[in-house]
Design a protein around this ligand. Structure first.
Ligand SMILES: Nc1ncnc2c1ncn2[C@@H]1O[C@H](COP(=O)(O)OP(=O)(O)OP(=O)(O)O)[C@@H](O)[C@H]1O
Ligand SMILES: [Mg+2]
Length: 261
């Protein structure tokens, strides 16, 4: 295998339901469709990304990200599942066990926020992209994702007046993480359920640029196809190749490929 310069992208926002998992899942599928090798790491105890991408149920998996975070370096190869519902997308499953992981890391790890980073060292060069789905909190799981990443995307729910609530806590958190990971670059805020014609969306767009400092050019429209894809455990490519929302994720993948060069 040729050596690649692996880009590790955390998709983070402690606000619940803003589109983190949807972004990870469909960005992974579109990056793979562009011919890149992708690994998804699910760091959320809800394991929604695993339920969508994985061909098995998270509860059946012996080595998930929970066991990996608190275990030995050599667990990494066992943790990676190459057989998934998406072509050219591998997965490290999340599981309910992640609920205990933060306490275990605090008690046992010499550097509690750097365990994932240590474990991913061995994967550098093997994948073009590693995408990390974060839980809706700013605690140790998200810190581990950010400390391990080269880039971060912040999804913001554009159609909601509360979309930006707490986002400055997140940008402050990024500054703290840069003390251990100075390389971490902000790709920008990604507007989810965005509709340029709606005033609330226009307001959120301006405010997102103000508060986050960077905005991705691509925006994601609202579409029932997103829930449909999750229920069917399929990519938008399979559900409706020509839909607006699929094209948006395809544009996002192209934009990301350009920006990380
Ligand atoms: N563009 C969209 N159009 C319509 N529905 C969407 C869109 N993006 C996300 N959703 C829906 O919004 C809900 C929340 O999305 P998602 O699960 O991706 O958010 P999240 O940030 O991962 O949530 P959590 O914080 O719980 O992990 C889901 O039901 C998802 O299907
Ligand atoms: Mg999620």
């Amino acid at each position: 295998m040729t050596s690649k310069s692996t880009k590790i992208i955390a998709v983070a926002n402690h606000k619940g339901g803003c589109g983190k998992t949807t972004t990870v899942v469909h960005l992974a599928s579109e990056l793979a469709d562009l011919g890149t090798n992708v690994l998804v790491i699910d760091l959320d105890p809800q394991a929604n990304a695993s339920l969508h991408i994985g061909s098995r149920h998270p509860s059946e998996i012996e080595i998930t990200s929970a066991e990996l975070l608190v275990g030995d370096l050599n667990l990494i190869s066992e943790a990676i599942e190459d057989e998934t519902n998406f072509k050219n997308v591998s997965l490290i499953y999340g599981s309910l066990n992640l609920g205990k992981t933060e306490d275990q890391l605090k008690d046992d790890a010499p550097r509690p926020s750097e365990e994932l980073s240590n474990k991913l060292e061995l994967l550098k060069g093997l994948y073009d992209f590693i995408l990390i789905d974060c839980p809706p909190s700013l605690k140790l799981l998200t810190s581990n994702a950010l400390a391990a990443s080269t880039h971060v995307i912040i999804p913001i729910e554009s159609g909601s007046q509360y979309g930006l609530y707490g986002v400055t806590d997140l940008t402050n958190h990024l500054s703290k993480i840069r003390r251990v990971n100075p390389e971490l670059k902000l790709l920008g805020a990604l507007l989810i359920k965005h509709d340029e014609r709606q005033n609330v969306c226009k307001l959120i767009k301006n405010e997102a640029l103000n508060q986050v400092g960077e905005l991705l050019n691509t925006t994601i429209p609202i579409s029932t196809k997103v829930n449909q894809a999750a229920i069917l455990q399929q990519s938008l490519l399979r559900v409706d190749k020509n839909s607006k929302v699929r094209k948006a994720f395809q544009d996002l993948a192209k934009e990301i490929v350009k920006r990380v060069k």
